[in-house]
Design a protein around this ligand. Structure first.
Ligand code: TYD
Length: 213
């Protein structure tokens, strides 16, 4: 039994700013763990859950420039609660290893720090949303904002969302926010240097994951 979630499965999240490469890496980690015979669920918020997808559409719609930052924080927390209830918790109950691309720490960094709502307040609404279901391990893909945004611009055909349009200062605050979130709960995090070549980032992430499993 897992002590953090109190459930049979293992709950692991990955976090990072824009262009940190986490989505590419998490897909490879998923394949590797499956090849090793583990029963793994790869998911990301809103995770294909209809209610959560609809909430996310409202948040990320580029036309919604008037959205109040409290509304944004509450909507992320609401989408998270639904994804957890419908997808993550059942998988953990079934004993799976759940790999989730972004979770509570995204809200602490983006809404709590970068949007300026305060990490404590955003933590409170998110603890209401997730209850006792916190990840036992979080891999943080750390990259300088200029490097991450440079990668995004280089990758043709990527859809630009409302948050991608924010300036460099916002992304610097996101990185700072993650550092503050990690300082609150250092045992849970492993920092991966995501400024390295992709293959090295992957190898470091895999080693960190295997070391904890
Ligand atoms: P996502 O679709 O996961 O994009 P990516 O991981 O490829 O960057 O996230 C979309 C945006 O939403 C991203 O800019 C981060 C932001 N976000 C928050 O601001 N708060 C949150 O709680 C979450 C989950 C995401």
């Amino acid at each position: 039994m897992n002590v953090t979630t109190g459930r049979k499965g293992r709950f692991i999240t990955v976090e990072g700013g824009e262009g940190a490469g986490k989505s590419t890496i998490i897909a490879r980690l998923y394949e590797e763990l499956r090849e090793r015979g583990m029963d793994v669920l790869l998911t990301r918020e809103p995770g294909g859950i209809e209610i959560a997808e609809k909430i996310r559409e409202i948040i990320l719609n580029p036309a919604h420039t008037q959205m109040d930052k409290r509304t944004e924080a509450l909507l992320y927390a609401a989408a998270r609660a639904q994804h957890l209830a419908e997808k993550v918790l059942p998988a953990l109950e079934a004993g799976k290893l759940v790999l989730c691309d972004r979770f509570i720490d995204s809200s602490l960094a983006y809404q709590g720090h970068a949007r300026g709502l305060g990490i404590d307040d955003v933590y409170s609404i998110n603890r209401f949303a997730v209850g006792d279901c916190m990840p036992e391990l979080t891999l943080f893909f750390d990259v300088l904002p200029e490097v991450g945004l440079g990668r995004i611009n280089a990758a043709r055909g990527r859809e630009i969302n409302r948050l991608d349009l924010e300036g460099m200062r916002f992304h610097e605050l996101v990185r700072e926010g993650y550092q503050l979130a990690m300082a609150r709960d250092p045992e849970r995090f492993v920092v991966i240097d995501a400024g390295q070549p992709l293959e090295k980032v992957y190898q470091d992430a895999l080693a960190a994951l295997i070391a904890r499993l």
